[in-house]
Write a protein that binds this ligand. Structure first.
Ligand code: FA5
Length: 343
C-alpha cells in the first residue's frame, strides 16, 4: 500500500465526496448505481484502499483505516438510497403532471357548455339543506352491511317474516347470509346510535339495493334518505310536524301529504308517507314511525330514558315527483336530451 495514513484517509474522503456529488445529480436509478460502483465496486477507489489494508502492519492503523473505508461505503449507500427515493418521487410527479387532463380546455371546446348534476344528486343536496335547516346533522354508512345492522338490530331476528319485505342481495361471505348489500338506509340508524350520544337529530342519505325488476316507479339500485331523532319526550306529533315542514320546504306550498297506518318491525306505531300528484293520485314516498324500544336497546340506549322517531324516504321517487318525470328509469338512461332539461 502506497502513501501515508493521512494520504489514505484523504483518498477515502475524496472518493466519498466525488461519489456523493455524482449521486446528487444522477437523473435515474441506473446512473446512481454507476456512481456507487465507481466508489465501492470491485474496481472502485474504496476497494483499492481496502485491498491495500493487508499490507498495513500497525494493527491500530489497520483498524482505523478499515473502519474509515466501511463508514465511507455506508455514506455512499445512504446518499444513493436518498437520491433513489427523490428520483422515484420526481418521476411519479412527472407522470401525474403528464396525465393531467385540463377540464377547462374541454369546457371551452364544447362552446362553454357545462355539465349538470344528476337529478338525484340535486335532490339529495336539497334534502340535506332542508334538514340541516331544521337542525339535523348528516351521517353516512356503508353500502355493504352486516345482517346485524340491516335486519337483526332493527328487530328482525333470523327467520323473521318481515325480512321478506326486502328482496335481499347477499354478498358471498362466511358464514353464509351474514353480509348483504343494504336493502335500506335504516341500518345507519343503528350505527349513528352506537356512535353518537343522544340527543340525536340526523339524516342519512345513501344508495340501497334490492333484487327488483325495474318499472316506472322501481329500480333495483336506488337512493333513500333516512331520518332519526332520539331525545326525551318525543311524540308522534313531532314526527308528523317534521314531515309536514319538510314536504312544504322540498315540494313547495301547493303539495299535500298524508300519513297512512302501516307496519315496519323497527317502528311502532308505523306509517307510510304519501304525497298527492297534480292528477289527484297518491304516491308513496317513504315509511316512518316511532323508534321501537327493541331497536334503541339493540343500539345500546335505554328505552326507558330515550325515545324518538325515524323515517326513510325514496330520493329517486321524490326527484321524480318534484320534476314531474313520468318514469323513474328515464333518470338513469343517461340521455343528454333528458338531463339537459334540469339544471
Ligand atoms: C323502507 O325501506 C324502510 N326502511 C323505511 C323506514 C325507515 C320506515 C324508518 C320506518 C322508519 P320501504 O321499503 O317502504 O321502507 O322503502 C321506503 C321508500 O323507498 C319507498 O316508499 C319508496 O319511496 C322508495 N322505494 C322502495 N323501493 C324502491 C325501488 N325499488 N325503487 C325506487 N324507490 C323505492
Amino acid at each position: 500500500m502506497s502513501g501515508s495514513i493521512s494520504e489514505q484517509q484523504a483518498v477515502i474522503e475524496a472518493a466519498v465526496k466525488e461519489a456523493t456529488a455524482l449521486i446528487s445529480v444522477a437523473p435515474d436509478a441506473a446512473s446512481i448505481r454507476t456512481a456507487v460502483n465507481a466508489a465501492t465496486g470491485k474496481k472502485g477507489t474504496l476497494a483499492a484502499v481496502k485491498s491495500g489494508l493487508g499490507r498495513v502492519t500497525d494493527l491500530e492503523l489497520r483498524k482505523t483505516l478499515g473502519q474509515a473505508v466501511n463508514e465511507a461505503i455506508e455514506a455512499v449507500e445512504r446518499a444513493a438510497t436518498a437520491r433513489e427515493q427523490t428520483v422515484k418521487r420526481e418521476a411519479f410527479a412527472g407522470a401525474i403532471a403528464a396525465d393531467r387532463v385540463d377540464m377547462s380546455e374541454l369546457a371551452l371546446r364544447t362552446g362553454g357548455r357545462r355539465g349538470r348534476m344528476h337529478l338525484v344528486t340535486q335532490a339529495t343536496e336539497r334534502l340535506e339543506d332542508v334538514f340541516v335547516g331544521l337542525g339535523f346533522r348528516v351521517a353516512e354508512g356503508p353500502e355493504v352491511e352486516t345482517d346485524f345492522h340491516n335486519f337483526e338490530a332493527l328487530n328482525m331476528p333470523p327467520s323473521h317474516p318481515a325480512r321478506s319485505m326486502w328482496d335481499t342481495l347477499f354478498v358471498d361471505q362466511d358464514p353464509q347470509g351474514s353480509v348483504v348489500l343494504r336493502t335500506h338506509t335504516s341500518p345507519v340508524q343503528i350505527r349513528v346510535m352506537q356512535e353518537w350520544p343522544p340527543p340525536i337529530y340526523a339524516v342519512m342519505p345513501g344508495r340501497v339495493f334490492r333484487k327488483e325488476t325495474p318499472d316506472a316507479t322501481h329500480m333495483p339500485v336506488f337512493y333513500q334518505i333516512e331520518g332519526l331523532v332520539v331525545d326525551r319526550n318525543i311524540t308522534f306529533a313531532d314526527l308528523a310536524g317534521t314531515i309536514e315542514a319538510f314536504t312544504k320546504a322540498f315540494f313547495g306550498e301547493g303539495f299535500t301529504s298524508r300519513l297512512r297506518p302501516s307496519y315496519f318491525p323497527f317502528t311502532e306505531p308505523s306509517a307510510e308517507f304519501d304525497i298527492r300528484r297534480h292528477d289527484g293520485s297518491w304516491i308513496e314516498l317513504g315509511g316512518c314511525g316511532m323508534v321501537h324500544p327493541r331497536v334503541l336497546a339493540a343500539a345500546g340506549l335505554d328505552p326507558e330514558e330515550w325515545g324518538g322517531f325515524a323515517f326513510g324516504f325514496g330520493i329517486d321517487r321524490m326527484a321524480k315527483e318534484r320534476h314531474g318525470v313520468e318514469d323513474i328509469r328515464e333518470m338513469y338512461s343517461n340521455d343528454v336530451r333528458f338531463m339537459e332539461q334540469f339544471s
